[in-house]
Design a binder for this molecule. Sequence first.
Ligand SMILES: [Zn+2]
Length: 316
Amino acid sequence: MSEKKFASQADLVAKHVSFDRLSDHAYAYTAEGDPNTGIVVGDDAVMVIDTQATPVMAQDVIRRIRTVTDKPIEYVVLSHYHAVRVLGASGYAPRHVIASRDTYDLIVERGEADMKSEIERFPRLFQAVESVPGLTWPTLIFEHRLTLWLGSVQVEIMQLGRGHTKGDTVVWLPKDRVLFSGDLVEYAATPYTGDAYLSDWPATLDAVEALNPAKLVPGRGASLTTPEQVREGLNGTRAFVMEMFEHVKRGVESGQELREIYRATYEALKPKFGHWVIFDHCLPFDVTRAYDEATSFRDPRIWTAQRDKDMWAALA
Ligand SMILES: [Zn+2]
């Protein structure tokens, strides 16, 4: 059996962290394309959106939050179920961990498999992985939409449609017009679509755009702080998702095998998107899921550590 390494396993350089103030209540913890964390500071409590990968990594987020407020961190929102975003939750000791029912269902169904596979795919992103106490279980589960008032600050926690996963959740501050999108929107970072609903994703981006956010914190990449940048982030993500899926569908229609389709799609997308971080890491997973969706799998199949390795050996 091939022991070919994931592109991401050779990625060992630590990224520079930025902690940006976006409004009176919104902050963003970003790291040059590594997974972002959003922060909402209410009148008497703080909300964290996506946790970082381990409780030890969460401490760096907390350290930065403490430079702007000493209010207790009471809420963690999971934008979706991926391990790299949720396994640091215990580090905040929150009163509630909030997730959509679809995200909860995915944790029940595939959380364990996803944790193992993500840790093997991307070791740098799981610093002090031994500090993870196990899966992160939501304590407050909503369907469609949950409104939470942090004192006078209205927070809308919403599922606008399927995209990066079936459970995708955004956090919207209507008064400040700041949106935290999770991995539904990326900026100068390659969308991972291994668990995606590619047919649905563009319409979900339209729903994000319809909110008309003034600022947007993507799942990866720098905070988008002007309407022009927000549009750029939305358009870039939409272009990648649609073009990648189109190439794969065309390959399927002409009777090509997955391996040929992967090569052709890689060549077609590399000039336009190859400079985005994790392009080489994501593309084999992305094309494999697109092939599944274009053929016989409406719902994404579970990635196990073994399936990851077999796929990578076959394609990369
Ligand atoms: Zn994700």
